[in-house]
Design a protein around this ligand. Structure first.
Ligand code: SAM
Length: 326
């Protein structure tokens, strides 16, 4: 079991499969972002080996992310290999959905359980502006394909950015009246590279909550008021789905954090919003034994920071979001 010094049992691993992405969301990375050459990324066999190691330490839940995980070569085989790993009970993916129309069914057959899809607006023109070139229609087809393939319960994510999509939260929330989806609104977080946008254009979860309530009526608590993952969940009266708020900046959920992250270049990142990382790929490639790697992981987890330091002005500058995976 991997326990940190605060007594949290860390058993949820989010693996960034690649820093590459087929979109350039304004809140995620700069337009001229360059990506790592393939040899610097974890190779398929390295991902499988590290997954087995983490599973042997009690990690049972994996989320694949990126960059965009669906642009990774052999993605279906990677999912199949991870899903077949002894001790792994849940495999999910965070994706922009662009390629899901063709991949949802093969991914489900390979063992993927669920997907979270990013949909920041229902307005095609605003979608293009936010993603710099994305076509909303592709994403929408991906959402429908995911549902059809049984990658459910479906969760949709929107990062809300002032001047881009803050008015769209009402239309997005309205989707939950007719669909059994969880629509989650995420507070924008600051990282290197795009920090200007991220600090000046934040809309808080409370502001989003208030905007939805004033347009659509009172939000009632779901899940007995308990967190669902990192989201505080509510529903509109009579709705089939839920509305979640992820307030990582203004009201974080560090006490219940059970997660660690593996960056696309094989570093164990202990907190999304702290720079602390432990290199696993270099010792793996240098021939470290499984026992040595296990020890590095357990030491890293033990020193996992309690939470972020945004209130004290500490912003993680060593990476942009697409390398960590969100
Ligand atoms: N490409 C995939 C996608 O679009 O979902 C997976 C990677 S993306 C980095 C993972 C999640 O991080 C997405 O939900 C995205 O909206 C979110 N995200 C990216 N930059 C963010 C930021 N600055 N603050 C908060 N969330 C962010």
């Amino acid at each position: 079991m991997a326990i940190d010094r605060f007594g949290r049992n860390i058993h949820y691993l989010r693996i960034s499969l690649t820093d590459h992405c087929n979109l350039r969301c304004v809140y995620c990375m700069p337009e001229d972002q360059t990506f790592r050459p393939n040899p610097e990324l974890m190779q398929d066999d390295e991902i499988f080996l590290l997954t087995r190691l983490f599973a042997s330490l009690g990690f049972d839940k994996i989320r694949l992310t990126g960059g965009e995980p669906t642009v990774r070569a052999h993605i279906v085989d990677i999912v199949r290999g991870i899903a077949a790993t002894e001790g792994i009970h849940s495999v999910s993916m965070t994706t922009n959905g662009v390629l899901l129309k063709k991949l949802a069914q093969p991914l489900a057959e390979a063992g993927l359980d669920r997907v979270n899809i990013s949909v920041d607006t229902l307005n095609p023109e605003k979608f293009r502006r936010l993603t710099r070139w994305g076509k909303l229609e592709d994403v929408w087809n991906g959402v429908l394909a995911a549902e059809q393939a049984g990658l459910t319960p479906l969760k949709l994510n929107a990062v809300v950015v002032k001047g881009y999509n803050e008015e769209d939260v009402v239309d997005l929330a309205r989707l939950t009246l007719e669909h059994a989806w969880q629509f989650r609104f995420i507070e924008m977080m600051p990282f290197a590279g795009v920090t200007d946008v991220q600090t000046s254009q934040v809309i808080t979860a409370q502001q989003i909550h208030d905007r939805i309530e004033s347009a659509l009526g009172r939000l009632e608590e779901s899940n007995d008021g308990k967190l669902d993952g990192e989201a505080r969940v509510f529903h509109l009266p009579g709705a089939k789905g839920d509305i979640g708020f992820i307030s990582s900046v203004t009201n974080p959920f560090c006490e219940s954090c059970t997660r660690a992250r593996l960056t696309a270049d094989g570093r164990l990142r202990l907190c999304l919003l702290r720079e602390n990382e432990v290199d696993l790929l270099t010792p793996l490639r240098a021939g470290a034994s499984l026992e040595e790697l296990r020890k590095i992981i357990l030491d890293g987890v033990w020193h996992k920071p309690w939470g972020h330091g945004l209130a004290e002005g500490v912003i993680p500058l060593n990476r942009v979001m697409n390398e960590i995976g969100g």
